[in-house]
Ligand binder design. Sequence first.
Ligand code: ADE
Length: 526
Amino acid sequence: MEELHSLDPRRQELLEARFLGGVSGNTAGSTGSASGGTKTPEKKHSESSRGRKRKADNQSESSQGKRLTLFLSLALSLSLSLCLSVCLVCFLTDLTVVKLATIESNKNLDLEKKEGRIDDLLRANCDLRRQIDEQQKLLEKYKERLNMCITMSKKLLIEKVKLTLAEYHEQEEIFKLRLGHLKKEEAEIQAELERLERVRNLHIRELKRINNEDSSQFKDHPTLNERYLLLHLLGRGGFSEVYKAFDLTEQRYAAVKIHQLNKNWREEKKENYHKHACREYRIHKQLDHPRIVKLYDYFSLDTDTFCTVLEYCEGNDLDFYLKQHKLMSEKEARSIVMQIVNALRYLNEIKPPIIHYDLKPGNILLVDGNACGEIKITDFGLSKIMDDDSYGVDGMDLTSQGAGTYWYLPPECFVVGKEPPKISNKVDVWSVGVIFFQCLYGRKPFGHNQSQQDILQENTILKATEVQFPSKPVASNEAKAFIRRCLAYRKEDRFDVHQLGSDSYLLPHIRRASSSGALAPNSSSY
Ligand code: ADE
């Protein structure tokens, strides 16, 4: 123990520190901390050690003894429980002291080294901190950039979407233009197709006409009745041919209708036909109306051949027009109907009144060949004279049932029974309704795709209780109402020619608007 007292105070201090540290544990890690403790306690410890060293130099022997005693007593009190302290006491020999001194000096070196290292580490730490700060700054920057990138990406994405939309709109515009262009082209092609079809129809008709003319016995331009120079064939019917002729006397064109009876017919049938033609002539000859083709002359060529000379009309009939154009505007159709009705009014005002009985597009001549000009009614071959003898209160007997063109005849003409059906000018009114419908819609209202025979067999017209209007083309309600008045199933409900003549639909716009109020003056379909 004395040896211990004789120890270099610095070493002693170190030992004390070792023991104190080992007992209290307060600074236990201080020496050991060299291996990896924190710098601050290590520094404190180092500073306090140096401070104590300076103190020790100045302290007196007594205070040293007191402190050592205190220290030893403390150490001894703890030595029992602490093996480490016992061993340490045992090792406190000179050698051990030397060794300890060496260790201690090494430790000092270590400490210095460690201090340097710690400084290095601190510097490194600072460097790292700086680097970290830099990295963090960079990270922040990267984050910023990333955010910017994200934002930009989003923007780009949005812009890309916008761009896509823009592209879409761009394409849409192009497609719209293309579509419009294609539609225009399609319409042009369609129009051209229709034009070609019309030309084709004309060619077909001309071919037929030439063919018929070639086989006609009048093809060599004879002058009939020393007056009518035949020019060319206009058309051919069942037992007749119509030639365009030049009236040498009147110096005008005429239509010469040559009726040729079948040589194989019995004389009675021939006589009957002739009687019929004479009757037609008589009826027609007395008619004088601008909307009715004039009958100028009548003469026989031989027993089987006779001729009627008619006013010549340039242009085509309505049947051919509808074949070429399918339909027409309501204005045009109304104009045609108005003219027909005016002619019918005339036919019903003359004495005796006349029922045409065969009103149909083929018997309506279009003077200019189009739908916006004058018309003339022709062919009075089936006409009925409503003289007092034949016409009763409920009409006249239909003697020629089965004659006529069925699509245009009213239901009463198809009624069969013991008594012949009674007819009136309402037959012509029905025909007007059918013609008007056909002009507007391009189809017949009843039995459109049926043959005459089918209509008869299937009682098509007897079943024609109500007219159905197609949605297209659009026609005015007034036009439809007019047609309904014409196509009333029961003749009692149907307008007669007189009523039709004063129908509001056929009145001029101003008069219509002021008198009936039923029609809007600027009806859309006009
Ligand atoms: N075809 C039949 N009758 C006619 C007429 N009166 N004028 C011209 N062509 C016709």
